[in-house]
Ligand binder design. Structure first.
Ligand code: G1P
Length: 291
């Protein structure tokens, strides 16, 4: 392993309004919707910590306080549970050392690139990770850990990619792939939400990034792109050539929890993986499908 700066910080853009899940998300953040008994944000934070991330940075907006409360100490709850001799183990993943959770409000919904730029003061001059919690990545090791391992090999900038059917590419950032070496593919170009006929491949950016701090300067004053938003993909595209840029094909499963079908799929798939639920869920699903 070489002497690269460790990846200690991760940015989680969580300012989105979650309109696709209304009315469920009218009063609670979409990142708090649970897959069984863990909110979506918990899966992303767990994945980051498994990869060695120490500092969690949430880019939030109005109405997102529940996300901060979730990772705070719940004094009344914990005291009452202790008095009743209840096991507090389920709260363990929600504990973050004081000082290791920072939040910034995006104030205006100008796009993912703008959300990331809002973290520039906290990120400072070191490489950092980005995790989009809508994309639920399940693997052993997790997606971010696989990326950190790749980062120690090649350095520079990395994004996770996966293949989707050609007709779906217009919903995503898409790469122009170069030379491939195992799970690593050189990135020669990047385009956000291309028309199907313009897409350079069917390899899409799947919501995990390790970027050099120069991306903050690149985002500075950047023009609006696809959908009239300031796009992270456009800033990354401008960095290709100046710094190494690789895609990591994630070995694991990915669920797009930004859509209802993806959310249901994730719930069912994860229930079927869990030792405490598998048997009953399988029997229940079989029963439902037979009726
Ligand atoms: C964002 C990124 C896009 C990426 C996608 C993954 O798009 O801009 O490049 O492929 O996340 O989910 P959004 O889903 O915010 O439109």
């Amino acid at each position: 392993m070489s002497e690269r700066k460790p990846i200690r910080k991760a940015v989680f853009p969580v300012a989105g309004l979650g309109t696709r899940f209304l009315p469920a998300t009218k009063a609670i953040p979409k990142e708090m919707l649970p897959i069984i008994d863990r909110p979506l944000i918990q899966y992303a934070v767990d994945e980051a910590r498994e990869a060695g991330i120490e500092q969690i940075i949430f880019i939030t907006g109005r109405g997102k306080t529940a996300l901060i409360d979730h990772f705070d100490m719940a004094f009344e709850l914990e005291t009452t549970m202790r008095e009743r001799a209840k096991d507090l183990a389920a709260l363990e993943p929600t504990r973050i050392q004081p000082g290791n959770l920072a939040t910034v409000r995006q104030q205006v919904p100008l796009g993912l690139g703008h959300a990331i730029w809002c973290a520039r003061g906290i990120v400072g001059d070191e490489p950092f990770a980005i995790l989009l919690p809508d994309e639920l990545m399940i693997g052993a090791p997790g997606c971010m850990k696989q990326m950190v391992e790749a980062y120690h090999e090649v350095g520079g900038n990395l994004i996770s990619v996966l293949e989707v059917p050609h007709e779906e590419v217009s919903s995503y950032g898409v790469i122009t792939p170069g030379a491939r070496n195992g799970a690593l593919t050189e990135v020669l170009g990047l385009v956000e939400k291309p028309r199907i006929e313009d897409a350079p491949s069917n390899l899409i950016v799947s919501g995990r990034y390790i970027l050099q701090p120069e991306v903050m300067r690149t985002l500075e004053g950047q023009e609006k792109g696809a959908g009239g938003e300031i796009q992270l993909t456009d800033a990354m595209a401008r960095m290709i050539g100046a710094q190494p840029f690789h895609a990591v094909t994630f070995a694991g499963k990915r669920y797009d929890c930004g859509s209802k079908i993806g959310f249901i799929e994730a719930t069912l798939a994860i229930a079927l993986e869990r030792d405490d639920l598998r048997g009953e869920v399988r029997a229940m699903a079989t029963r439902l499908l037979a009726s």
